[in-house]
Design a protein around this ligand. Structure first.
Ligand SMILES: [Zn+2]
Length: 246
């Protein structure tokens, strides 16, 4: 109920806020019902789209080198990721996703189901186009792919001490990618990658090493050609980590 009241207040603020409405940010507790709500406890053996939604949100809580499958099946890897998530946020780490776990996720998610510290506006710059068009997958797929990346980054951000991570490049169309000198096979054209700038508190090497246990299979940083001013993280099926100076 508190959530609904919060939503109403936020809407009211938007209605009366006029020109300043765009600066009104709804409180995190207002998000749960608007984004996604789980209606059952999930644990090992469960399956379904609600498990997949959970997997997206704990994909950044894997062991080093692991990449959690978003298969809607609550197996040992999902259970272990949930345990790390719970432990990371001070909850009892039983690997069972119940009310406490879901309430923490509700606090962490925005109405559009992105995590509170990341948004599509950071990912869809696309050389000024402000959309997910023109990549190697359809716009809806690219957008969905970035949502997973954002949740991995939310985990990385928390593990690095809740210090801001600045996304300097997210999705890029094929032409945008080529105009900025991206690799012809760049994951940015799929929405599965992000570049993290150095204008934030964690060092380049802290982000590089931290990304290894946030589910990223592609991590490039200091000492890798053209990657001295950011850390590139991405999701793919095979591992490629390189930062010779870290
Ligand atoms: Zn990159």
């Amino acid at each position: 109920m508190r959530r609904r009241i919060g939503s109403l207040l936020a809407v009211l603020a938007l209605l009366v806020g006029g020109a300043v409405a765009t600066s009104v940010v709804a409180p995190a507790t207002a998000s749960a019902d608007e984004c996604y709500s789980w209606n059952r406890t999930l644990q090992r053996g469960a399956s379904g789209s609600d498990v997949r939604e959970l997997q997206i949100r704990v994909a950044g809580w894997v062991a080093s080198g692991e990449n959690l499958a978003l298969d809607g099946s609550y197996g040992p890897a999902t259970e272990a990721a949930v345990k790390r998530f719970q432990s990371g946020y001070g909850l009892a780490a039983d690997g069972v996703a119940g009310p406490n776990t879901f309430n923490k996720i509700y606090q962490l998610q925005d109405p559009d189901c992105t995590p509170i510290h990341f948004s599509h506006s950071e990912f869809n710059y696309n050389c000024g186009a402000r959309n997910y068009n023109g990549g190697k997958v359809g716009a809806a797929t690219a957008r969905e792919n970035t949502r997973r990346v954002m949740w991995q980054l939310e985990a990385l951000r928390h593990k690095l001490g809740d210090r801001p991570l600045v996304v300097t490049s997210g999705f890029r169309s094929v032409s945008c990618n080529s105009s900025v000198g991206g690799s012809s096979t760049s994951l940015h054209m799929y929405g599965t990658a992000a570049d993290l700038g150095l204008g934030s508190s964690p060092t380049q090497c802290q982000m590089y090493h931290g990304a290894k246990s946030a589910g990223f299979e592609e991590i490039l940083g200091q000492g890798y050609p053209n990657h001295n001013d950011h850390v590139h993280v991405g999701n793919k099926s095979s591992r490629f980590w390189s930062a010779p100076n870290c």
